[in-house]
Design a protein around this ligand. Structure first.
Ligand code: ADP
Length: 605
């Protein structure tokens, strides 16, 4: 969209005014600027010019001991130092010059004080007044602060042919459906007014980062063909208390002038956090929030200003912000599912040259859990890779490799593993894959590699989910834990010792096991009691325990028990398939990267 800036007089304009005034001032007080050039000459020149009667006007300055004179035609001005000369007057008279002497004049002290102190002061105060008046006009409110500090700086976008439309936002069909109503309203508010229905004033878009919340807000404005004001919550918070509130006021004033329009506040949690009433709380933030609440109440229904806000921490928002009449509608913008991922990849692939035979579904399957922004990044990485390889289009391999780059970082070109390490890593990865493949409910592997990555991973097994999983059964979760432990189990069986390579697996397995017990009610002893609540659902998911210390102890024991059981199961599977484990590990060790098909072929022989 086009960003339209308010026409501003550049600051240089004001500097120019100051410069002109200073120059004028100087010119008045220092007349030499306006005078013709005076030539300094010797006394003998003066004498000879007098002799030649080539002299017009003479001024004798007794105070400075100088004689200023002109030639006969008054064309040039000369100046000379005065010499004791009693006949001077007579000679000048003879030469026919008109002459005068200046008196010993003393500038009036009052006048000089006025010129040196008062006048400049008056001029500067005048300029200051003028400039602050101009600033006030630009800010546009009587209550505005000096020098635009209370100005909202909201970017104003207006409709343009390049505007983002709903079709640019792939997937997210539910969110789009929800927002389509807003577009309809902005197109035809009369229909709603007639029947007495009122649109929600505020709509909250919630979801993990990079899922297209900003894009959706822009798309609403694009579809409805209305101006789009965008501002981030953190931009409201200024160093001085009261500035944020003033910015909110200003933003709403601008919006009301341009109605119908969309106001988008990104990261609203920066100002909309719960007011906790603690001493030393953030006054500025609270004032800003109060102002926002007031403004939202202040404008009447159906005035055409729709406020969209985005956040990935909805649980931290102040309840007052969420009550009916404010942000009462919540539109979840979740991570895309398989179809959504495929659609997003296709949208972004249109921007790059791509081979015809690219299987977007396969790429989407491999990139499970990726957000829209990550998928956009994957396509871009693939394009960069194609350029690096001097190709003119992006291939399937580029896309697959770039998924790994986005997930695990670039390949470490010169990380040299010792032979033993390489063998251990190969067994470790095959351990994961074999356990995954042998458990019927686990997804088959897509790719296994032991090429070290910049993220620190020495190798990894990429599992592929066949379809979308909205529910996971207890057995599936247990199998997943077993798969995590498979790597370590293989090391134990083959080498009889353990390495640090399993640290990430341990973390993941523990997290899953804990969640099963504390949150999903998958432990009979606790029935359906929540032992933990999850906060920050969209940002990695922290959790806090809600049980007594005794119960915590029991939970810890149960987690260990659960993981141990799965670890044993994984070891059992590997022992039963020891031959395949060796064969596959050797194959991986030699080839470094193998595909899921190669793996299954060897396994099924
Ligand atoms: P958010 O506001 O949710 O953090 P953005 O809307 O800023 O995310 O999205 C960041 C980028 O990710 C967009 O510029 C776009 O390239 C890409 N993106 C995210 N979601 C989608 C989607 N559903 N369709 C197409 N592109 C998307």
């Amino acid at each position: 969209m086009n960003e339209v800036k308010e026409p501003k007089k550049p600051i240089i304009f004001y500097y120019m005014i100051v410069m002109v005034v200073l120059l004028l001032f100087n010119a008045l007080t220092m007349p030499w600027l306006l005078e013709r050039k005076i030539q300094n000459v010797g006394y003998n020149t003066f004498l000879s010019m007098t002799e030649e009667k080539n002299i017009g006007y003479v001024e004798i300055d007794n105070q400075e001991n100088t004689i200023t004179f002109t030639d006969k035609n008054n064309e040039a001005i000369y100046k000379t130092a005065m010499v004791e000369d009693p006949d001077l007057t007579q000679r000048l008279y003879d030469a026919g010059a008109s002459f005068a002497g200046t008196e010993m004049k003393q500038a009036s002290p009052l006048l000089s004080i006025f010129m040196t102190w008062v006048l400049p002061l008056i001029i500067f105060i005048g300029i200051g007044q003028f400039m602050s008046k101009k600033m006030m006009e630009r800010v546009g409110g009587k209550d505005s602060m000096m020098f635009g500090m209370g100005k909202s700086n909201a970017k104003v976008y207006v409709k343009s042919t390049k505007g983002i439309k709903f079709k640019d936002v792939a997937g997210e069909d539910e969110a789009k459906e929800n927002l389509a109503e807003i577009v309809e309203y902005l197109h035809n508010p009369e229909r709603y007014r007639e029947i007495g229905a009122s649109m929600p004033k505020g709509i909250l878009l919630v979801g993990p980062p990079g899922t297209g919340k900003t894009m959706l807000a822009k798309a609403v404005a694009g579809e409805a063909d209305v101006p789009f004001f965008s501002m981030s919550g953190s931009e409201f918070v200024e160093m001085f208390v009261g500035m944020g509130a003033s910015k909110v006021r200003d933003l709403f004033k601008q919006a009301k002038d341009k109605a119908p329009c969309i106001v988008f506040i990104d990261e609203i949690d920066a100002i909309g956090k719960k007011r906790d009433g603690q001493i030393g709380g953030n006054d500025e933030r609270e004032q800003t929030l109060n102002q926002l609440l007031t403004e939202m109440d202040g404008f009447e229904e159906n005035n055409g200003v729709i406020i969209l806000a985005a956040t990935n921490r909805p649980e931290t928002l102040d309840p007052a912000l969420l009550r009916p009449g404010r942000f009462d509608r919540r539109v979840p913008v979740e991570l895309p599912d398989l179809k959504g991922r495929e659609a997003i990849l296709k949208v972004h692939a249109k921007k790059v040259k791509i081979a015809d035979d690219v299987d977007f579904e396969k790429v989407a399957r491999m990139a499970s859990g990726a957000s829209g922004a990550e998928l956009a990044n994957i396509v871009n990485e693939a394009a960069l890779r194609a350029v690096r390889d001097h190709r003119s289009f992006v291939t399937q391999v580029d896309l697959e490799e770039s998924i790994e780059v986005v997930i695990a970082g670039y390949q470490k070109k010169n990380a040299i593993l010792t032979d033993k390490e390489k063998r251990i890593v190969a067994y470790h990865e095959i351990g994961h894959a074999l356990v995954a493949a042998k458990q019927t409910n686990s997804a088959p592997v897509q790719k296994i590699t032991i090429v070290p990555r910049t993220s620190g991973a020495l190798g990894y097994t990429m599992q592929v989910e066949e379809g979308n999983h909205y529910l996971m059964s207890k057995e599936e979760m247990e199998n997943k834990i077993a798969t995590y432990t498979g790597g370590r189990a293989a090391e134990e069986i083959v080498f009889g010792s353990v390495t640090t390579g399993a640290s990430n697996d341990i973390e993941q397995a523990t997290k899953l096991a804990r969640a099963m017990i504390t949150r999903y009610g998958m432990c009979k002893d606790f029935d359906m009691v929540a032992m933990e609540v999850q906060t920050n659902q969209y940002l990695g998911g922290d959790s806090s325990l809600t049980c007594s210390a005794e119960t915590q102890k029991i939970i810890d024991e149960k987690v260990v028990e659960l993981v141990r059981k799965q670890h044993e199961k994984a070891a059992q599977i590997l022992l039963e398939n020891r031959e395949k484990l060796d064969e596959l590990s050797l194959y991986l060790y030699q080839k470094e990267t193998i595909t899921g098909d190669e793996f299954m072929n060897i396994l099924n022989v």
